[in-house]
Design a protein. Structure first.
Length: 94
């Protein structure tokens, strides 16, 4: 279960990094980290602690709330789709 959450967070971090026009190396420099660590965050191979979410948000120029909201929104099915099949219609046997 945590692996799925880590992958969701990683996808969001990558999306926001790209939207910010940054390369992994630039984010790593801002976080005093390595490019390989940023890659691990983005692939979901490594979890972020809450304090790291705040630091990552600052490095990307976004709010921590934006990261968390994007993760939350990425779990929801697209608008108008519940992810459930529509109920079957009863077949008439006339």
């Amino acid at each position: 279960m945590y692996e799925i959450a880590d992958r969701l967070v990683g996808k969001v971090l990558r999306k926001l990094r790209i939207e910010s026009g940054l390369r992994q190396e630039q984010v790593a420099e801002r976080l005093d980290s390595s490019q390989s660590m940023i890659s691990k965050f983005e692939s979901g191979d490594r979890s972020l602690h809450l304090g790291e979410v705040y630091a990552y948000a600052e490095a990307l120029g976004v709010s921590p709330q934006r990261i968390l909201q994007e993760v939350w929104d990425s779990q929801k099915p697209p608008h108008g789709k519940s992810g459930k099949r529509p109920p079957r219609r009863a077949q008439s046997h006339e």
